[in-house]
Design a protein around this ligand. Sequence first.
Ligand SMILES: Nc1ncnc2c1ncn2[C@@H]1O[C@H](COP(=O)(O)OP(=O)(O)OP(=O)(O)O)[C@@H](O)[C@H]1O
Ligand SMILES: [Mg+2]
Length: 381
Amino acid sequence: MRIILFTGKGGVGKTTLSAATGAYLSELGRKVLVVSVDPAHSLSDVLEEDAGPEPVKIFRNFYAQEIDVYYSIEKFWGVLKEYLKSLLRWQGIDEILAEEMSVLPGMEEVSAFLWINSHVEKGEFDVIIVDSAPTGETLRFLSLPDAASWWVTKILPLQRKLMKFIRPAAKMVSSMPLPEEQTYDALEDLFRQVYNLYYLLQNPEVSSVRLVVNPEKMVIKETEKAFTYLHLFGFPVDAVFLNKVAPEDSPFYEVQKKYIERIKTSFEPTPVFVVPQFYEEVLGYEKLKELGKLLYKEEAPDKIFYTDKPFEIVENEKTYVLRLTLKEASEDKIEVYQKGEDLILKIGNLKKHFFLPRVLLNKEITGAVVKEGNLLEITFK
Ligand SMILES: Nc1ncnc2c1ncn2[C@@H]1O[C@H](COP(=O)(O)OP(=O)(O)OP(=O)(O)O)[C@@H](O)[C@H]1O
Ligand SMILES: [Mg+2]
């Protein structure tokens, strides 16, 4: 079983490449689900077929699903929703509003986690492809369980214990609806499922994040940032797709050239797949399948393309060491300098950019040495 998650800045081609990857995989005999977790769905438009709130068969062993938060709440949140509604009603909020307000922030993300986990547990698909929202939202989506962990491990069990103790007395003095044991059971089960998927998404033997980027300045910066943070949070990126590259003989290529170079050097040794700019829209199963074939050349799209860590940050008594993996051992002199959030390495006539996470931003570079051939160690203080 494999989970492949596509992300990237808005409009770069996430949905198109998710669908193309799925279509080609299904052609190779895998049972595939492409699931869109971006509330602004466009998967149906790209497939030219209606995907539903449950997986819909599009073609033979190829399925598509667009997650709908209201539908998911009915399916996964029964007991909890009833409790929230009773609480809101008790505060004098009317029924219709209570219905709307029970869609709390984060429910969309949690619903997506629950759906994907449910597909994983049922084992119906060989590959689950996640067409996700633009990078910022995806990072928030992926780190949701981490953000909730304090609450889940510390507060929830405490409150549950306390509730068991005070419930009988509290019921006598107040009409406020109190969560029952089954509400806590439901909540705990729900978080168990969220965490199950969270850990799977961090397992490089199961999950891969694929970043889609275009040869444009604004897109590159956002993608470099996502690349740094995805790795920092523990989500393995196994490939980068450089999409919408103009033909070499076109004037657009001249403009794109320096960005193409930057993308290749900055993300390497993570493999960078180059995807041409097409002059007609790639819509419908047949065309998507052809695009998939072209994308991956002779390789199967569910292969894990990269498993190493492209970088690592180690802290030792306020000194931070950033270990960057270079594509190959370098005999050249390496120059390192910092420009805002960018760390720039000059190796021969190549220039590599690395987006610095906040922890290294206000530090000074105190040294840089090449270790074991292709490992560069940069010290920050
Ligand atoms: N290689 C390509 N050549 C030409 N057009 C492309 C290519 N890849 C994607 N497109 C077009 O770019 C537009 C955006 O693509 P797509 O919807 O796949 O991007 P997205 O990243 O999912 O966008 P959003 O952030 O809005 O979800 C679409 O019109 C699509 O047909
Ligand atoms: Mg999209």
